[in-house]
Design a protein around this ligand. Structure first.
Ligand SMILES: C[S@@+](CC[C@H](N)C(=O)[O-])C[C@H]1O[C@@H](n2cnc3c(N)ncnc32)[C@H](O)[C@@H]1O
Length: 253
């Protein structure tokens, strides 16, 4: 029988924060939002489905920057501790908004009762294999989103960057941005706008605090600190470049 290693919970949340603390990700993200929000005005958006929002900080910032005036927020988050934090942040950051949080992997979720106006998929495609990603985007396009609705997505877009090399050294290859974008277009979306994000991050001397984050990419093996340190060997010391793409696609059916 295959062992399933679950690297989630409070340690995972702290690990995500530890990764972010080693970079200027948040500053670069907010900067990208300021640029994207001059084109993307989501004033007509009333309902939002967030896939893998963790505690929701990134998604809530997106909604605020793009001036979405939502009355309904649905979160699909498989990690229990993250889902609890999400419920708390929704109460304080989106008071008065009807919210539902389902603790499930998106692959196992039956979909919203009614199509929504906006879906966010931020930094989640690493956990969904290629065939499932295509199936998901088809369901999103055909049944989960209103005609003219938006899907905002954010993902690593350079597989030569340091974190991609660490993943590969550990035995994981993330989907390329080109594959993700091609799947959106194939599912029937058009690209509405795109913003590149250039982050600087430092993975020198990784500690135990980074382990749950790297472990979250593997369900069948344990990533030890020794393995992670080995995977980081050979990378340039200090700050390295990392590239992400934030894009908004529009459904046109
Ligand atoms: C790297 S975090 C990104 C969090 C947030 N979206 C952001 O950009 O800040 C990935 C999130 O996806 C969630 N996740 C992992 N596998 C998932 C799946 N199969 N379906 C939905 N969410 C998933 C994790 O629990 C985690 O909260």
């Amino acid at each position: 029988m295959e062992t399933q290693i679950v690297a989630m919970g409070e340690r995972y949340l702290k690990s995500l924060a530890a990764c972010t603390d080693r970079s200027n990700y948040w500053e670069v993200y907010v900067n990208a939002l300021s640029k994207i929000s001059t084109d993307v005005k989501l004033g007509g958006v009333r309902s939002c489905l967030a896939i893998g929002p963790n505690e929701g900080r990134t998604e809530i910032e997106f909604l605020k920057h793009c001036e979405a005036d939502i009355s309904k927020f649905i979160g699909i988050e498989p990690d229990h501790a993250s889902a609890e934090h999400l419920r708390t942040s929704l109460r304080s950051s989106l008071p008065g908004v009807e919210s539902q949080v389902f603790e499930s992997k998106i692959q196992n979720w039956e979909g919203p009762d009614e199509p929504v106006d906006l879906i966010t998929i931020f930094q989640v495609f690493y956990y969904i294999e290629a065939g499932e990603r295509r199936e998901l985007l088809k369901k999103v396009h055909d049944s989960w989103i209103v005609s003219g609705g938006y899907v905002a997505t954010l993902a690593l877009s350079d597989n030569k960057c340091a974190i991609s090399r660490i993943y590969r050294n550990l035995g994981y290859t993330e989907p390329s941005w080109e594959e993700i974008e091609a799947d959106f277009l194939k599912a029937g979306f058009t690209k509405y706008c795109e913003q590149k994000m250039h982050e600087r991050a430092d993975y020198t001397d990784p500690g135990e605090d980074l382990l749950p984050f790297f472990q979250s990419h593997f369900e069948d093996r344990i990533i030890t600190l020794a393995k992670l340190r080995e995977a980081v060997k050979g990378l340039p010391e200090g700050k390295v470049d990392e590239f992400h793409t934030l894009a908004v696609f529009k459904s046109t059916n």
